[in-house]
Ligand binder design. Structure first.
Ligand code: PGA
Length: 250
């Protein structure tokens, strides 16, 4: 049985004071959550704050991006070993905002995935199609290509130490959630594709759904057989919403 994972993606939001209030609020409800995993992915400057506040709690933490390089003359970049020093468990790689706004292609995302695993971080590989791609009926082709890039770089067995987040780009921050059936279909495609290469890796793989998940729709999404929790943007900035989503995964 896979344990569901609910992870907050704060994006570029927060301040020391706001984060403290938010994390205090989440921590107040997190201990009773039971059999599920939860985490928050915070902006780099707040990793130390997350570490100080969350150490020893059920709530893990991580980053939203990292460099594919271990060290060197890469001004403005942050490496995987640095994230590890701040106790990160997870790091998002290939979020659609990184792909679309910062031009990260499949090969770069795969390099980041490999660099994260090299130091023992769990990469959360984000995949998903745009509206145009969905309407052009190439969702499976796009998502398949994004997954193939990491399989080519690291082998299918590497997915035993990774999480996949299916996030249709048209559902992110738009209030338009994929229906549970629409999401399930893509999740089943992803798991089936991986099962064709390694069944036990596919059976154990946590595949999160992301895109306008909130307290009101989490339970029906998480009830689908191949949806193993969620990657939560906007709703993760509200402690009681986030906890409601976590409870739906327990
Ligand atoms: P959203 O963002 O929940 O605000 O749609 C999800 C994400 O981008 O990870």
């Amino acid at each position: 049985m896979r344990r569901k994972l609910v992870a907050g993606n704060w994006k570029m939001h927060g301040s020391l004071a706001q984060n403290k209030a938010l994390l205090d609020g989440v921590l107040a409800g997190v201990a009773d959550l039971g059999a599920m995993d939860c985490a928050v992915c915070v902006p780099f400057p707040y990793l130390a704050q997350a570490q100080a506040m969350l150490q020893g709690s059920k709530l893990a933490w991580g980053a939203q991006n990292m460099s594919q390089h271990e060290k060197g003359a890469f001004t403005g970049e942050v490496s995987a070993p640095m994230l590890l020093e701040f106790g990160c468990k997870y790091v998002l790689v290939g979020h659609s905002e990184r792909r679309a706004i910062y031009g990260e292609d499949d090969a770069t995302v795969a390099e980041k995935y490999v660099a994260a695993q090299k130091v023992g971080l769990t990469p959360v590989l984000c995949v998903g199609e745009t509206l145009q791609e969905r309407e052009g009926n190439i969702t499976e082709q796009v998502v398949g290509r994004q997954i193939d890039a990491v399989i080519q770089a690291a082998g299918v067995e590497s997915l035993a130490k990774a999480v996949v987040a299916y996030e249709p780009v048209w559902a992110i921050g738009t209030g338009k959630t994929a229906s549970p059936e629409q999401a399930q279909a893509v999740h089943a495609f992803i798991r089936g594709k991986i099962a064709g290469l390694n069944k036990s890796v596919a059976d154990g793989l946590v595949i999160q759904y992301g895109g306008s998940v909130k307290g009101a729709n989490a339970a029906e999404l998480f009830a689908m057989p191949d949806i193993d929790g969620g990657l939560i943007g906007g709703a993760a900035l509200d402690a009681s919403e986030f906890l409601t989503i976590c409870r739906a995964a327990a």
